[in-house]
Design a binder for this molecule. Structure first.
Ligand code: PGA
Length: 247
């Protein structure tokens, strides 16, 4: 039985004051019988780590550099994230792929750099609406996953995958549990061919997960939790999703 994982992706939201309230709310609502993490913007990681001490809620970055250190203005290395106590880092989020032109290869390099520092990469894959309508969903997610499997080699069993259809992110349109499960099954099968750890790996669903649809999604056999955007910004909503993941 895989323990569920719920990760809050705060994106570029928050302030010192609002973060403190959100984190205090989470402390009060937990603990849960699931693994829970939040990914605040980089400047707030240190304060968030302090606020979460002893709460059982882990910390993650929203992105990282593929490089260790050096002349890469504006970038944050996996080693820095590890230094701040981050257990996870999201890589290849569709907003990075779309707005920053991140390729499958770069995403794989980032995942590899993160693992080398002991930070678990949460690798995002997902298709656009046009790709889904053209019947390309499987091909797209398999291509994205193949790049990272190839890049990580025998370590690929250490990553977390998040399936996030782009048409569901921030739109209020959620993949139905059946639609999400179908893609998760494809991803699990692909992982099975690559690593004997596939059965233990966690595959998250993301895209307009809310308190009222989380339980049905998490009940699917290959959905092991969620990557939560909008609903992660409200303590009560995020806590309700964490409850839905608690078994
Ligand atoms: P959403 O975002 O929950 O607001 O749709 C999910 C994500 O982008 O990770």
């Amino acid at each position: 039985m895989r323990r569920k994982l719920v990760v809050g992706n705060w994106k570029m939201n928050g302030s010192r004051v609002s973060n403190a309230q959100l984190l205090a709310g989470l402390r009060e609502a937990g603990p849960w019988n699931a693994d829970v993490a939040v990914c605040p913007p980089f400047p707030y990681l240190t304060e968030a780590a302090l606020a979460l001490t002893g709460s059982g809620v882990a910390l993650g970055g929203q992105d990282c550099s593929a490089h260790e250190q050096g002349a890469y203005t504006g970038e944050v290395s996996p080693g820095m994230l590890a230094d701040l106590g981050c257990r996870y880092v999201i890589v290849g989020h569709s907003e990075r792929r779309t707005y920053h032109g991140e390729s499958d290869l770069l995403v794989a390099d980032k995942a590899k750099a993160a693992l080398a520092r002991g930070v678990t990469p949460i690798v995002c894959v997902g298709e656009t609406r046009a790709e889904r309508e053209a019947g390309q969903t499987e091909a797209v997610v398999k291509r994205q996953l193949a790049a990272v499997i190839h890049g990580l080699g025998h370590c690929c069993g250490e990553m977390v995958i998040a399936y996030e259809p782009l048409w569901a992110i921030g739109t209020g349109l959620t993949a139905t549990p059946d639609q999400a499960q179908a893609v998760h099954a494809v991803l699990r099968a692909q992982l099975r061919a690559a690593t004997d750890r596939a059965a233990a790996m966690r595959l998250l669903y993301g895209g307009s997960v809310k308190a009222d649809n989380a339980a049905a999604l998490f009940a699917q056999p290959d959905i092991d939790g969620g990557l939560i955007g909008g609903a992660a910004l409200v303590a009560a909503d995020f806590a309700a999703i964490c409850r839905a993941a608690s078994v």
